[in-house]
Design a protein around this ligand. Sequence first.
Ligand SMILES: Nc1ncnc2c1ncn2[C@@H]1O[C@H](COP(=O)(O)OP(=O)(O)OP(=O)(O)O)[C@@H](O)[C@H]1O
Length: 257
Amino acid sequence: MDASAAPPFAIEARGLWRRFGTTVAVAGIDLLVPTGSFYGVVGPNGAGKTTTLSMITGLLRPDAGHVSIHGTDLWADPDVAKRLLGALPDGVRLFDRLTGAQLITYAGLLRGLDRDVVASRTGELLAALDLEQAGSTLVSDYSAGMTKKVALATAIVHGPRVMVLDEPFEAVDPVSAANIRDILRQFVAGGGTVVVSSHVMELVERMCDHVAIVATGRVLAAGTVDEVRGTATLEDRFVELVGGRRTSEGLQWLHTS
Ligand SMILES: Nc1ncnc2c1ncn2[C@@H]1O[C@H](COP(=O)(O)OP(=O)(O)OP(=O)(O)O)[C@@H](O)[C@H]1O
């Protein structure tokens, strides 16, 4: 494709809606993720982040709306679009009777990689994610953080152009988190695109160049981190937009022991 004709957005999601019974989880979200950006999605519990990320990675079909990945319609042409994507879903269920090394190998083979390519990438990923010692341990015996890291390895073994990672740092120790951040930064420096959801504002502020603040299934603010936070910190801007701070007058029974 002529580079000048390449779509500017790695992910272009418009008018996404999703309801679960009577709960409207996502109420008309647009998410425009520029190619080569490191994009954070933040919002309170239940805001609709996981539902949105599931819809932009083809794991959940929207009730309405449109998603394209580098210009390919995700729902019309899922094979092409999903080849471009590496998705780390929330609470991912893995085949945990496999070892970490087997699981990454299996993911790579399913993605159509050659056996020798899979073997070398598996070794590299285990090393990069501090899982070398655990490579021959069953995933069912992994800690939450180890499980998160091996899930990340399975999501990226095929070399996606866009990573969509739901809470990638949750339960991960600080050294591993720093290693993962380095991997993601290098991926972006090489022209890749990363979307992460997180509750840690300071992390998003430090790591991401773009951010969307989501609450009650809607985008309250989106753009570059500088545009969204203005003269405040991202956390202050988040609290200002989302509200919900409580005074600590209640729970007296907890304070009187
Ligand atoms: N499978 C489901 N069935 C019913 N309701 C659901 C389902 N998944 C999500 N919801 C509801 O949709 C809303 C949005 O949930 P979602 O998991 O997308 O939020 P979130 O922003 O990722 O929250 P958190 O930060 O707590 O992970 C919530 O009200 C939730 O209860």
